[in-house]
Design a protein around this ligand. Structure first.
Ligand SMILES: [Zn+2]
Length: 60
């Protein structure tokens, strides 16, 4: 099956290139192909709300 990819903007302010990495790279460190710095991929996408908090508050 096709592998999901994540688009991350390079944290290097002088680079800001869009780096595409596989979904399973989350929580790991990758290298920007443009400027060459290493940075960590956040475990969750910004703005994405986990359903876990929703389940906790709902009491049937
Ligand atoms: Zn970069």
């Amino acid at each position: 099956m096709p592998e999901k990819t994540v688009m991350i903007i390079c944290p290097n302010l002088k680079c800001r290139a869009i780096v595409q990495v596989p979904e399973r790279a989350r929580g790991k460190r990758v290298r920007c192909g443009h400027c060459g710095i290493h940075f960590a991929i956040p475990a969750r996408h910004e703005g994405a709300r986990p359903d876990e908090a929703k389940q906790q508050s709902s009491k049937e």
